[in-house]
Design a binder for this molecule. Sequence first.
Ligand SMILES: Nc1ncnc2c1ncn2[C@@H]1O[C@H](COP(=O)(O)OP(=O)(O)OP(=O)(O)O)[C@@H](O)[C@H]1O
Length: 370
Amino acid sequence: MRDIADTKQSKRLSVRSLTHSYGAQDAIRDVSFDIEAGEIVALLGPSGCGKSTVLRAVAGLIQPKAGRIELGDEDLAGVSARSRGIGMVFQNYALFPHLTVAENVAYPLACQKVPRAERRARVEEMLSLVRLEGFANRLPRELSGGQQQRVAVARAIAGRPSLLLLDEPFGALDRALRFDLQVELLHLQRTLGITTLIVTHDQEEAQSLASRLVLMNKGQVEQIDTPMAVYDRPSTLFVNTFIGQANLLRGNVVRVDADRTEIALADGRVLHLPRRLNFTPGSPVAVTFRPEELRLSVTDGDAALPVRVTVSVPLGPSLVHDLVLADGTGLRASETRGPFTLLPAPSTTLFATIDTARCHVFPDAPDTTA
Ligand SMILES: Nc1ncnc2c1ncn2[C@@H]1O[C@H](COP(=O)(O)OP(=O)(O)OP(=O)(O)O)[C@@H](O)[C@H]1O
């Protein structure tokens, strides 16, 4: 372990204005982000948003139409995939089926012409890192899915890459195993300090592994921030609705004062937000708020919205309520469950108050909706 940790040569990855198209349609446009040496960053976004295209370009598997990729001080434009010093683990990046576990892990070392004795020592070290010491002579088909992915990780890091690329590495595994492997990967990544880019469409995976997220939508970057910042301070409506759960109400700005903004909702009720927002009166807006930012009461209040309970579900320590407004708009509220919390009966009418200090407001143009 000390051997590899001491000789790590993690490098900073810099991606600038990366653009690529397959045929006439742009797959990614003007994508820029950096990963500091030793950092783990997740590319996150819905299916088809261009995550794998970015990864393939970084790996050297496709030649991007425009943009610049640098690893350390080196521009990767003219560097072949093999010579980039990058380790890769893909969801379906199959192990060589006819080679044993040890031979699979040794493969990149053989390509690098590492002497046989050193190769053997390195394979042992890698298998111990991924906790597969006793499995060296097995064939891949004699391993479980999780064990196979561990071998794939061992193979990817055996060549001491300066960058590790992971594309949905645990996508094929069940939830519990996925979690175990995520924890192991995080430990491994921290031990070795390898600069890592992970692609996933699973936001929990991204949030639990990465120090920063690159949120992509329709081929473009929407926000780059820490997991907490993208949740608390989403910069676009897409990010707000993609990360975590968000309720959405449409309305129009009716008045903007120095310290408050009034928004008329579709049903005529007016929300008073305790801050000045940068909208002109008349602007159509989308108001969003998390389920935990909606408070329910049995009595009507000043700015409360009457809601009908569809269903209330206890989820561990929380109680989640699905609600519907008179115009049919669905809302979700969640509250911490106490020993005396009662489940409201379906169809009960309650009054919902939005935490207007915490809700977000975005321009409501068709192209900003998720
Ligand atoms: N080889 C290809 N030929 C043509 N179009 C492609 C090719 N690969 C990807 N695309 C298209 O480019 C866009 C981006 O695809 P990409 O695979 O990068 O998305 P993704 O975010 O990784 O999706 P997923 O999460 O489903 O893997 C999509 O519209 C996809 O259909």
